[in-house]
Design a protein around this ligand. Structure first.
Ligand code: IMP
Ligand code: MG
Length: 182
């Protein structure tokens, strides 16, 4: 499996200690408010599982699954809901948990759609933020960010390439040869 990993970018250790910090911040900010953490399937699953176990205030979780419509690379900005939430979020303090913000289309859509459901508040927690030029990325406010990374394709710790590598315990950079061999 590791033949397609160019190099490790973020170690298990580094992820763990950053998650501790994020969980502490979230617990402090949401104290007494019972937030609803919404994990975006499937990429956020590993991050979410580790993060929630470090948050020491009462929380609830739910999941949503979305996919971009149309031509894969630079899509129209239309996102489709594949799996919606189990319950209404009216009056709730919502925290969206995402693996990575790249173009911002997914999180832009989600904050708009969920924002229309009258939550009390809505914020974003993303493990990764991919640094892109302003014309390639929507301006999205991430309240809790794990790491800002260069514009490279990363895999592991929930992030996939063609469905694989989500189970890697660290975040690595995919070897471009993996694409060209397809
Ligand atoms: P956005 O809508 O362009 O911000 O893309 C967000 C989604 O694209 C994420 O939820 C990921 O599933 C996927 N994605 C973007 N960049 C990467 C990457 O480097 N590795 C794996 N998945 C990625
Ligand atoms: Mg994905």
């Amino acid at each position: 499996m590791d033949c397609n990993i160019k190099r490790m970018l973020i170690s298990e250790e580094a992820i763990r200690s950053r998650i501790d910090e994020l969980a502490t911040e979230i617990a402090r900010d949401y104290k007494g408010r019972k937030p609803l953490l919404i994990g975006i399937l499937k990429g956020s699953v590993v991050f979410m599982a580790d993060l929630i176990r470090k948050i020491d205030i009462p929380i609830e979780i739910d999941f949503m699954s979305v996919s971009s419509y149309g031509n894969d690379t630079s899509s129209s900005g239309v996102v489709r809901i594949l799996k919606d939430l189990d319950s209404p979020i009216t009056g709730r303090d919502v925290l969206i948990i995402e693996d990575i913000l790249d173009s911002g289309l997914t999180l832009g859509y989600l904050t708009r759609v969920l924002g229309e459901r009258q939550p009390k508040s809505i914020k974003i927690c993303s493990l990764l933020y991919k640094m892109r030029s302003a014309d390639e990325q929507l301006p999205i406010d991430i309240s809790y960010l794990g790491f800002a990374i260069e514009n490279e394709f990363v895999i592991g710790y929930g992030l996939d390439y063609a469905g694989f590598y989500r189970n890697l315990p660290f975040i690595g950079i995919l070897d471009e040869k993996a694409y060209s061999n397809e």
